[in-house]
Design a protein around this ligand. Structure first.
Ligand SMILES: [Zn+2]
Length: 136
């Protein structure tokens, strides 16, 4: 179970993320489900409940990430951590091509794979947002 995140810390995380999932960049205002305050290093692996270890995530990314820390890079089979929204810059690890999120690095590849950024349903949603000028 997740630790209680104090209201002030929740507000900080939400404001810092500028209303977007810090993994797939989906805008919260376009989502039906509430976004979640997520432990980047999960509590299972002793990740603390502090600003530097918290991120705003959409329910899709958060559910697929679970308590995992990373995966095997599909290109090299090397165990690789996920993209870290506090220590890494999104544009250095991903780019948007049409509605697809294309990984640029090993961290990007394991994050796109395990968090399932390019599942068909998510591509459809992203395409609608792109048409509306709300994504990318
Ligand atoms: Zn997301």
């Amino acid at each position: 179970m997740s630790s209680y995140v104090p209201a002030a810390l929740r507000r900080l995380v939400i404001a810092r993320a500028a209303g977007r999932c810090e993994y797939c960049q989906f805008p919260q205002q376009a989502a039906f489900l509430s976004f979640e305050i997520e432990h980047i290093i999960s509590e299972k692996h002793d990740g603390p409940t502090v600003a530097e270890n918290l991120a705003l995530a959409c329910p899709y990314c958060n559910d697929h990430k679970g308590t995992d820390l990373g995966s095997l890079d599909p290109e090299t089979d090397i165990l690789t951590p996920f993209f870290h929204p506090r220590r890494q810059e999104w544009p250095a690890h991903f780019r948007i091509e049409g509605a697809l999120i294309i990984p640029l690095t090993p961290e990007g590849r394991v994050t796109v794979k395990i968090l399932r950024f390019n599942d068909p349903d998510r591509l459809v949603e992203r395409e609608v947002l792109i048409q509306a000028g709300m994504y990318g």
